[in-house]
Structure formats: structure tokens, C-alpha cells
Design a protein around this ligand. Structure first.
Ligand code: NAP
Ligand code: F7E
Length: 325
């Protein structure tokens, strides 16, 4: 019999990459979608998998809908990717961010505990939980957490409630502490996609400039397609655990701009980039740089796409998309 996986956040960035991976492994894939007047399937369309997914309607903030979905599917594996995932907006919409990113996880765990206790659970935890905390410039699984946004604080609740259900009820629950990962279907408001879309528009004469916030921020940016493989691997281990998933390299927003403009053949990028205080944050994370040794050793996982290749992949896709319009 085919294994059944439920993915929440199926229409976001990671959901479609993970669904594609699981379909390739012959899973039956269920995707939770919330109610929209005009649902947007562009990311699952991009990967050519929309008609292969069993979409099921529910909402992370509605406990009864979560219970009904778990009871109906009895999935072998649940990947909880649903979130209000934009850090910047979490200061303005802190309540809904907390309801989705923290309480939503509790609802899922309780539903599994009561109605499908053998289901394995993956939680999309995040490097944002570290804030500016580091050990000699790096974050490891042992680095103390010090979250700096309502997003990160809600995610830290989720991280600990996942561990608590594992320890209290013997459930199979794993946290993937993922560092930033990007792709051609990354949401438009995140800095990488904002840059590749913006540079492509400038190249094609559709726009004159890009407005950005802090250019000195450093992030450990990897490719989403590589990172979903780590999610799956975490649920195939004998015992559940928590793992950092990162590239082990860190780069600034400036570095990203540099490569993107170079790819487009545009010199002196500084004249096209305007600083706008609206895109700065009340509290910033200056540098994220994850040590991925545990994932390499235990999961035999490693990132494949390098930083330069990632920027080029995103630039190529945005130039292609905007050229055909
Ligand atoms: P994303 O593109 O923002 O996708 C999030 C998905 O969650 C969207 O499909 C969204 O649905 C869904 N969602 C939001 N609120 C919901 C609700 N109330 N009920 C049901 N679904 C809801 O995020 P992503 O980049 O794929 O990231 C996946 C997960 O990993 C998130 O939990 C994120 O916080 C976490 N994470 C991401 C990164 C990264 O760099 N990408 C790093 C670490 C952790 P709609 O399409 O309806 O809006
Ligand atoms: O910002 C700076 C900004 O919004 C990256 C989410 O997936 O990864 C993501 O969170 C950096 C920050 O991602 C702009 O201040 C400058 O320092 O692309 P971002 P993020 O906040 O790191 C983590 C791991 C997650 O878990 C999250 O879900 O870039 N920056 N200028 C800007 N950022 C944005 N968005 N827009 C700007 O104009």
C-alpha cells in the first residue's frame, strides 16, 4: 500500500518541492489548503504536480478542521509547512502570526495524539529562533535561542511543543531548523526574489530601480529543492531528532545584488538600488551562518546548489517569466 503524506502549506514555496519529491517516491500526497475566493496554484503548476495532489480544505487556526483532516486521512507522515512566514509583517500582525505558527502546531499535534498516534510529524522550525545568538559566528543545534520577532517567538513555542509531545507521549516528532532557502517560486516579498524580479525588470526596461532595507544583513541561503530532501530524511530515521539544515556559507544582501546584476550584465548596481526605511525591521538579525555537521553525519544529507548557482537559477527564471509577457 502507498504511504500517505499530508503537507500543510502546499501552495507556498516548500510545499510543492516536497510534494514533488514524495510523489517521486510513490507517496499519496494530500495538501491542506485554506479557503480563498481565488486560490493560487501557480507554484504547484510551476512544478507540474497540481493534478497529482489530493487537496483538502482546512485552516491551521481552525482546530475542528485539523481534527477532521487527521481523522479522515490517517497519514503516515505530516509535514507542517504552513505559516505566516514573513518576518517583517509579524510585527504588524502578531496575533494571527501566533495563531497560525504556534497554536496551529498544537492543534495538529493534539489531533495526531488522539486520532492517529503512529503518524510521524515534521515541524518547519527556523534559524530565526537564534536571533543574534551564535557560537564563534556560527549557529549549531546547541546555540541558545534568542528570538527577535513575533514570527520567531511563535516558532520557538512550536519548536518546544513538538519536543514536549515527543517526550510526553512518545510521538515521532522532528524539528528541522532550516536556514533561509530560496527558489524560482520564492514569495515575491522575500529579499532574494524581490531582487531577482527587480533586476530582471530593470534589464527588460520594465522598471528603473529597486527599493530595499538593510543591505548589510547576512544570511545562509540555500536551495529549497535541496532542503525538502532533508525534511523527508528526518522522518525516515529510527528515532526523531532536531537538525540544522544550512549550506554552511553566509553572504550579505549586497553579495546577492552583486551576482544578480552581474548575471543581467548591468554594471554599477548601486545607482539602481534605493534605500527605503519601510523595509528595515524594528529588530534585525545581523548574521545567520549554520553548521550542518549533524545533518551531514546522521542523515547523509548535503546541500547541492551553491550560492552563485542559486542566484543564477532565480535570475534565469524571472527573466524568462517576464520576457514572455
Ligand atoms: P510560504 O511560501 O510562505 O508558504 C507558507 C504556506 O502556509 C502558504 O501556502 C500559506 O497558504 C500557508 N498558510 C498560511 N496560513 C495558513 C493557515 N491559516 N491555514 C493553512 N495554511 C496556511 O513559506 P515557505 O517558504 O514555503 O516555508 C515553509 C515553512 O518553513 C514555513 O513554516 C516557514 O515559516 C518555514 N521556514 C521557511 C524558511 C525559508 O527560508 N523558506 C526557513 C525556515 C523555516 P496561502 O498560500 O493560502 O497563503
Ligand atoms: O530577509 C533584509 C532583511 O525577508 C532577509 C523567511 O523564510 O528566512 C526568511 O526570513 C534579510 C533581512 O528573509 C529587504 O532585513 C533588506 O535581514 O528575505 P527576508 P528572513 O527575514 O531572513 C527565515 C529563515 C524564515 O524562517 C522566514 O520564514 O534581508 N532585507 N531589504 C530585506 N528583506 C525584505 N524582505 N525586503 C527588503 O526590501
Amino acid at each position: 500500500m502507498k504511504k500517505k503524506a499530508l503537507i500543510t502549506g502546499i501552495l507556498g514555496q516548500d510545499g510543492p518541492y516536497l510534494a514533488k519529491l514524495l510523489l517521486g517516491k510513490d507517496y499519496e500526497v494530500y495538501g491542506l489548503i485554506r479557503r480563498y475566493a481565488n486560490p493560487n496554484f501557480s507554484n504547484t503548476d510551476y512544478l507540474g504536480i497540481t493534478d497529482k495532489i489530493n487537496f483538502i480544505s482546512g485552516d491551521m487556526t481552525d482546530e475542528a478542521s485539523i481534527i477532521n483532516i487527521i481523522k479522515a486521512i490517517h497519514p503516515d507522515e505530516v509535514y507542517n509547512l504552513a505559516a505566516q512566514s514573513f518576518v517583517g509583517v509579524s510585527w504588524d500582525q502578531s496575533k494571527v502570526t501566533t495563531e497560525i505558527n504556534a497554536l496551529g502546531v498544537l492543534y495538529l499535534l493534539n489531533a495526531i495524539k488522539y486520532f492517529s498516534p503512529t503518524t510521524k510529524f515534521y515541524q518547519a522550525s527556523t534559524s530565526e529562533m537564534f536571533g543574534n545568538s551564535h557560537i564563534e559566528g556560527l549557529q549549531t543545534e546547541e546555540t541558545p535561542f534568542y528570538p527577535r520577532s513575533p514570527y520567531a517567538i511563535a516558532k520557538l513555542y512550536a519548536y518546544w511543543i513538538v519536543i514536549n509531545f515527543k517526550e510526553s507521549y512518545g510521538m515521532y516528532c522532528a524539528n528541522g531548523i532550516l536556514f533561509n532557502h530560496e527558489s524560482p517560486i520564492r514569495g515575491m516579498e522575500f529579499v532574494t526574489r524581490k531582487i531577482t524580479d527587480g533586476v530582471a525588470r530593470i534589464k527588460l526596461g520594465l522598471s528603473k530601480e529597486i527599493y530595499l532595507g538593510n543591505l548589510d544583513s547576512k544570511r545562509d541561503w540555500g536551495f529549497a529543492g535541496d532542503y525538502v530532501e532533508a525534511m523527508w530524511l528526518m522522518l525516515q530515521q529510527e528515532k526523531p531528532d532536531n537538525y540544522i539544515i544550512s549550506t554552511g556559507e553566509t553572504h550579505s544582501v549586497r553579495d546577492f545584488l552583486d551576482i544578480a546584476f552581474k548575471y543581467a550584465g548591468i554594471d554599477n548596481w548601486e545607482k539602481y538600488v534605493k534605500l527605503d526605511p519601510r523595509f528595515r525591521r524594528p529588530a534585525e538579525l545581523f548574521s545567520l551562518h549554520g553548521k550542518n555537521d549533524k545533518a551531514r553525519e546522521v542523515l547523509a544529507w548535503e546541500p547541492k546548489v551553491k550560492f552563485n548557482e542559486l542566484v543564477k537559477m532565480m535570475m534565469e527564471a524571472d527573466l524568462k517569466r517576464l520576457s514572455v509577457k
